[in-house]
Design a protein around this ligand. Structure first.
Ligand code: VGL
Ligand code: ZN
Length: 220
């Protein structure tokens, strides 16, 4: 394994207890996609490099049914990026994206992580969005990822992918709150930055004790 050990990380033995979670590197989030994250394509080769240094890799996949509650088209008179109140809280409305089984919901063709062990599909309940890989937006419906990691003896999580201010940060905050030592690899993420969302995500991650590091801290 070629990973350099980040500050405070005891090294090889810890690899068994660490997992890399690569968030939503899907066609619809890349330039030209339905909900493109600026520079999103730049993350794909970085994720490949990062993943090569991890024994345990999990991929997440945004995976919505047609007519999903997060789509602006599901609410008459609403436009993408409007915010509405739903029973579980405020919800930003998005263009239709990552519809189950469509090409846009597929992983980037450039993603080469054959040793990934689990794909977590999220956002599959029509009436609840799910940015986090751990809990849906009602903050109570679990995806099962926490139990999966714990059952495998994993206590440390690294995250990278798209979008930093939504699915990456929500996943990181939930991981930290549920007791995982949590690190976000900043330069292997890109953000949407909708109405101050990036600054807000930074503050929430800091509050939750999420550590931020850079790719070079992990792979030389
Ligand atoms: C995401 C908005 C809607 C993300 C997913 O992957 O960050 N953002 N669905
Ligand atoms: Zn989504």
């Amino acid at each position: 394994m070629s990973a350099r050990t980040p500050a405070g990380e005891p090294g090889h033995a810890m690899q068994a207890r660490s997992a890399l979670v690569i968030v939503d590197l899907q066609v619809d989030f890349l330039p030209g996609g339905a909900l493109a994250v600026p520079g999103g394509h730049e993350v794909v080769p970085l994720a490949n490099r990062l993943a090569a240094a991890f024994r345990n890799v999990v991929l997440t996949q945004d995976w919505h049914p047609a007519g999903h509650v997060s789509f602006a088209t599901s609410h008459s008179g609403r436009a993408p990026f409007d915010c509405i109140d739903l029973p579980y809280g405020p919800q930003i409305l998005w263009p239709e994206h990552c519809v189950q089984g469509t090409p846009g919901a597929g992983f980037s063709a450039g993603l080469q992580i054959p040793h990934a062990q689990l794909v977590v599909r999220k956002g599959h309940h029509r009436a609840i969005d799910s940015y986090s890989a751990f809990f849906e937006a009602d903050r109570t419906t679990p995806t099962g990822l926490s139990g999966y990691l714990r059952e495998r003896g994993i206590d440390t999580v690294y995250l990278a992918g798209l979008a930093l201010d939504f699915c990456v940060s929500w996943s990181a905050v939930d991981a930290a709150r549920h007791g995982f030592a949590t690190h976000v690899v900043d330069d292997a993420c890109r953000a949407l930055d909708v109405d101050g969302s990036l600054a807000q995500a930074g503050a929430q991650m800091a509050d939750a004790g999420v550590r931020r590091l850079r790719l070079a801290d992990l792979v030389g």
